[in-house]
Design a binder for this molecule. Structure first.
Ligand SMILES: Nc1ncnc2c1ncn2[C@@H]1O[C@H](COP(=O)(O)OP(=O)(O)OP(=O)(O)O)[C@@H](O)[C@H]1O
Ligand SMILES: Cc1ncsc1CCO
Ligand SMILES: [Mg+2]
Length: 275
């Protein structure tokens, strides 16, 4: 069992981290607001002329490959270089990597920069491990979520983690697999509805970048950001129970991002195990 008080709560985020996000325009606004709701400061820019000044202030960076273009690819590489120069933690979200060769090329190039965290849903992370993936577009497939597929993914991520010693790998889904060096954790919070509206994975990536940006260590940042988001979903379902329309669950999950952290014992709800 994961001991819930093993890690100090990261909230309030002090100092409030500036989180530079290069992300997709589908969920850009939701991602920016989510960073604000948990106490960070988002800035969404892809104009490389901003970067050298900006990185004097940036605490964490999110690179989400959901919407690619050649210009964006260049911006992503420059942002990662600036981040390294300034010792800024980097989160890479491999959105849609199972669905096109160019996304896989970009994902592999970004991985070679040794990001702090590399994430995706289970199908996306299978692609990164060179395992067969049934992911469709930006969504994961059920076939990639059964126990034998998860075991295979665990082994694939362990092998990647042996090569990339400074990178923590996160595969999200009904259970979330976290592999960092030789440590493996399986998290179990969340609700099914979190896979029924878009951008939940994008938000989780931004929350991780915010926690890293306020100085939280790598493994606690990943475990707490995923669990916090999923507990917000659980709270939301309780609140809207009698009106369980998907957009209401979405809205209440986002409301909970600013509310749940006011409960000092929010971590008591975390479910997970070291494997
Ligand atoms: N069936 C489920 N049960 C519980 N939690 C879930 C479920 N599906 C997803 N989640 C949670 O929702 C969050 C996003 O996971 P998901 O794997 O759907 O990301 P994603 O596919 O990258 O999302 P998106 O592309 O829409 O941004 C994670 O915190 C995950 O734990
Ligand atoms: C639907 C979609 N397409 C590209 S990015 C995105 C949002 C989920 O990440
Ligand atoms: Mg999803």
């Amino acid at each position: 069992m994961l001991r819930v008080n093993q890690f100090q709560t990261p909230f309030p985020l002090i100092p409030s981290p500036l989180v530079h996000c290069i992300t997709n325009s589908v969920t850009c606004e939701t991602v920016a607001n989510s960073v604000l709701y948990i106490g960070g400061k988002p800035i969404m820019t892809e104009d490389t002329r901003d970067f050298s000044d900006l990185y004097e202030q940036v605490g964490g960076v999110l690179i989400n490959i959901g919407h690619l273009s050649e210009e964006k690819e260049t911006a992503m590489e420059l942002a990662v270089e600036e981040a390294h120069k300034h010792n800024v933690p980097i989160v890479v979200d491999n959105v849609g990597v199972s669905s096109s060769r160019i996304r896989k090329e970009v994902a592999n190039k970004l991985l070679s920069f040794e990001p702090t965290v590399v994430k995706g849903n289970v199908s996306e992370m299978r692609t990164l491990c060179n395992l067969a993936s049934h992911g469709k577009g930006v969504d994961a497939a059920e076939e990639d979520q059964d126990s034998s597929a998860m075991k295979e993914l665990e082994e694939g991520l362990l092998a990647l983690a042996k090569i990339h010693l400074n990178t923590c790998f996160l595969a999200t889904g009904p259970s979330d697999l976290v592999v960092y060096q030789s440590q493996i954790v399986l998290l179990q919070n969340g609700i099914e509805a979190l896979d029924q509206f878009t951008g939940t994975g994008d938000v989780v990536g931004a929350l991780i970048a915010a926690l890293l940006g306020s100085g939280v260590d790598v493994l606690p940042s990943v475990l707490q950001a995923v669990s916090y988001f999923n507990l917000c979903g659980e709270e939301a379902l309780e609140i809207v129970q009698n009106d369980a329309k998907i957009a209401s669950i979405r809205e209440e999950t986002l409301n909970q991002l600013s509310l749940l952290k006011q409960n000092e014992s929010w971590q008591n709800g975390i479910k997970g195990d070291w494997l």
